[in-house]
Design a binder for this molecule. Structure first.
Ligand code: XUL
Ligand code: CO
Length: 443
């Protein structure tokens, strides 16, 4: 069988002192952290669109990333080559999962029927490769944003004919996700948003979008797809005002349109920062509402301000993320999907490996640090103590909704004025560094 990465072997764990750049320094899939292995905690997935389809195109320049599997002119033959390259990559990097959009996997045909056939053909091959390799599908999704028909949105398009094509695409992709045993199905808004209110009926568009999601839920039920449905918030890009701006907006939308019990949220680090939040805030908000379903693991560049989709290597960000994930006892059936791409100047095939190794190692180290902090309970104890005045007395009455402004006024008049209590942020920040060193010294 043709090898697409002939000079690269299976990537193994060699420990932090290894000088082999094609080895894991921290990620040791079978090592236990608490009661689960690293692989069970982290559930890494590879993004087909970046890793297999990325070309390095940017608004100013042509393709820089020349891949051997793209060197085929007939689109279906190219899709087959790409599929084989994909499974070789998944196995060599040791990821248990992958994610894809319909159009990453198989080309759009001249008609919708031909597109459906193309997808089905390649996905049948994918099913065989999944069986042979043990690699699984974390989630499927439909690309409802690249084709020109979607320039004014898919489910929020003013033309119902476009809405119908989008619906047909999602229908097919749900069938394919079911066939491949996908554990989740994702909706990222794509072009569901608008540029100008001069030409947009925002309320109708949002209602249409909600109806679209309800139809997807109905169809999933009809065909027996029981995977988790996820919405992925993003505040801008491609449209100026995206309807799924951030976690708070998505919670409001899901509640308004009676979708809150059927959906969870897929949080992408770079989308969080574009929304003016940080990764941890979005994770923690979703988790607090029982809605943190999965993660698109990447990072942005605060000096650039667009969706740079870089590999996550910021240890503080990852420690914060793993803290939230451990506090809700994991992400399953979700996972950590590297929605990340190598820079257009990283032109070697080996760069794809270095990039994923860096991301996997960073999350593995972060898992250990977050786990040690949680086990010792230092942070949890501080927060618990900070709110303990609500455990009894007037605090408990407020929390249980058993008091009134009249009673509170009586209480405030009868008691001394509240004294300031330090929030001790700096003391807590130091604990993160302390645990980082503690874990590193234990390696
Ligand atoms: C776009 C983005 C998408 C979704 C899937 O910014 O993150 O790749 O993850 O459609
Ligand atoms: Co994403």
């Amino acid at each position: 069988m043709k090898e697409y990465f002939p000079n690269i072997d299976i990537v193994n764990y060699e420990g932090y002192a290894s000088s082999n750049p094609l080895s894991f320094k921290f990620y040791n899939s079978s090592e236990k952290v608490g009661d689960k292995t690293m692989a069970e905690h982290l559930r890494f997935a590879i993004s087909y669109w970046h890793t297999l389809c990325g070309t390095g195109l940017d608004p100013f320049g042509n393709q820089t990333l020349m891949r051997p599997w793209n060197d085929v002119s007939e689109p279906m033959a190219a899709a087959e080559e790409k599929l084989f390259a994909a499974f070789e990559f998944f196995q060599k990097i040791g990821a248990e999962y992958y994610c894809f959009h319909d159009r990453d996997m198989a080309p759009e045909g001249k008609t919708l029927a031909e597109s459906h056939d193309n997808l089905e053909k390649i996905c049948k091959m994918a099913l065989q490769l999944q069986k042979d390799s043990g690699v699984k599908l974390l989630w499927g999704t439909a690309n409802l944003f690249s084709h020109p028909r979607y320039m004014c949105g898919a489910a929020t398009n003013p033309d119902p004919k476009v809405f119908a094509v989008a619906g047909a695409q999602v229908k097919k992709m749900l069938e394919v996700t079911l066939m491949l045993g996908g554990e989740n199905y994702v909706f990222w808004g794509g072009r569901e948003g608008y540029e100008s209110l001069l030409n947009t009926d925002m309320k109708r568009e949002q209602e249409h979008f909600a109806n679209f999601l309800h139809m997807a839920l109905d169809y999933a039920k009809e065909i027996g797809f029981t995977g988790q449905f996820l919405i992925e918030p993003k505040p801008k890009e491609p449209t100026k005002h995206q309807y799924d701006y951030d976690v708070a907006t998505v919670i409001g939308f899901l509640k308004t349109y009676d979708l809150i019990d059927q959906f969870k949220i897929n949080i992408e680090a770079n989308h969080a920062t574009l929304a003016g939040h940080n990764f941890q805030h979005e994770l923690a908000l979703a988790s607090a509402h029982g809605l943190l379903g999965s993660v698109d693991a990447n990072r942005g560049d605060l000096l650039l301000g667009w969706d740079t989709d870089q590999f996550p290597t910021d240890i503080y960000d990852c420690v914060a993320a793993m803290g939230v994930i451990l506090n809700q006892d994991g992400l399953a059936p979700g996972g950590l999907n590297f929605d990340a791409k190598v820079r257009r100047t990283s032109t070697d095939l080996a760069d794809l490996f270095y990039a994923h190794i860096g991301g996997m190692d960073c999350f593995a180290l972060a898992l250990k640090v977050a786990h040690a902090i949680k086990t010792d309970g230092v942070m949890d104890a501080h927060i618990k103590n900070r709110y303990s005045r609500y455990d009894s007395g007037v605090g408990a009455k407020i929390e249980n909704g058993n008091t009134s402004l009249v009673e509170l006024e009586r209480f405030a008049l009868a008691n001394d004025a509240p004294k300031p209590v330090s929030a001790q942020q700096e003391k807590l920040e130091n604990i993160i560094n302390q645990y980082l060193v503690k874990v590193i010294k234990s390696l």
